[in-house]
Design a protein. Structure first.
Length: 344
């Protein structure tokens, strides 16, 4: 008994040291790192950077040329459109295309995804909003749906009972379009804080892609043709103001794709890849180009993508990390919301 107690005490001390010593070292020698704000400029054809040097701010491009704040506004006209409009310096055209403030505003968007959002637990219950209610403001429904191995079920939240009529109508519509239950992935934005609703993207049991939404109380189901060799893995509904895209998706090889509207065409974005389970993604887009930031593996990788020519890659750059944290035992991670021992 005494020997067991000594072994248990020694093991406990070992675990605590493995946890606390690296934490104390990383805390004591931590140096905050700031990745400069970076956007692709179609005006100068280069990445434009806002960096902090000492106590001042430096605005420059990758070639080293510096800019005043007014000059910097002019080389990023889609991002600083309001400032240019206020200064009465808004351009009549950009990149040979006539533009207006309203046009630029409708085409601008920001998309962000983090591993914590991907790896978090799922309830399996989803509200399906009405996509054509005739009202400006969206409203949350009084039921939620879940997808089982035999069909889709709508559960009335007030009574916790299944709406059989609605469930049968939607199950029949999905089956008629070739949907095989259950669903491997369900993606949507169940919120009223958006301009319109596009429902959900679904991945069925045979890894086929479908679009599901509710139109005037009736099911709308669309089977989406996949390019040869593309097997979807993670799905994202975008609902951007321009309505040019229905969603984003990644495949099993971490290829990043755009699902366009109204053609439902799937086009691969010309970046090397993105793993949503371990890397963060930020896309700042406009009608001419997208700046794509992929953060992971100790680096921030920036890509400029042409939004007008099949999302081809224009240029790229990398900010590396100089931090070398001491590895050790941790119980939480930025990659998920679980508390469990892990070695990092």
């Amino acid at each position: 008994m005494i020997r067991f107690s000594k072994l248990f005490f020694g093991f406990t001390v070992f675990v605590l040291l493995l946890w606390l010593l690296p934490w104390a070292y990383n805390f004591a020698f931590y140096k905050p790192e700031r990745t400069p704000f970076t956007l692709w400029s179609c005006v100068v054809g280069d990445f434009a950077v806002v960096d902090f040097v000492g106590d001042g701010i430096v605005r420059r491009d990758r070639g080293g040329r510096t800019y005043t704040d007014r000059e910097f506004d002019s080389i990023l006209p889609t991002f600083y459109a309001r400032q240019l409009l206020n200064d009465e310096r808004f351009p009549d055209s950009l990149c040979g295309v006539a533009v207006t403030p309203r046009l630029l505003q409708s085409e601008n968007f920001m998309f962000r995804s983090t591993p914590a959002e991907i790896n978090k637990p799922r309830t399996g219950l989803y509200p399906l909003l009405e996509s054509m209610s005739g009202r400006v403001d969206l409203e949350m429904p009084d039921d939620v749906f879940r997808i089982t191995s035999s069909g889709i079920e709508f559960v009335v939240m007030a009574t916790n009972r299944i709406d059989r009529g609605k469930s049968d109508r939607f199950t029949e519509a999905m089956t008629r379009k070739g949907f095989r239950f259950p669903a491997l992935a369900v993606a949507g934005n169940p919120s009223t804080r958006k301009e319109y609703d596009e429902g959900y993207l679904l991945l069925d049991a045979s890894r086929q892609l479908f679009h599901l939404k509710q139109v005037k109380g009736r099911p709308y189901v669309r089977a989406i043709d996949l390019p040869e060799g593309v097997q979807p893995e993670h799905l994202f509904v975008t609902e951007f103001p321009s309505r040019r895209t229905l969603g984003f998706l990644t495949d099993t090889e971490n290829g990043f794709h755009v699902l366009s509207k109204p053609s439902y065409e799937i086009v691969r974005v010309g970046i090397p890849g993105w793993n949503p389970e371990s890397e963060s993604l930020t896309v700042i887009g406009n009608m001419f180009d997208w700046t794509v930031r992929v953060t992971g593996a100790g680096a921030d990788r920036y890509y400029a993508v042409d939004a007008r020519r099949e999302y081809r890659l224009i240029d790229s750059m990398v900010y590396g990390s100089e931090r070398t944290p001491l590895p050790g035992l941790v119980f939480t991670s930025y990659d998920d919301g679980y508390v469990k021992p892990r070695f990092e």
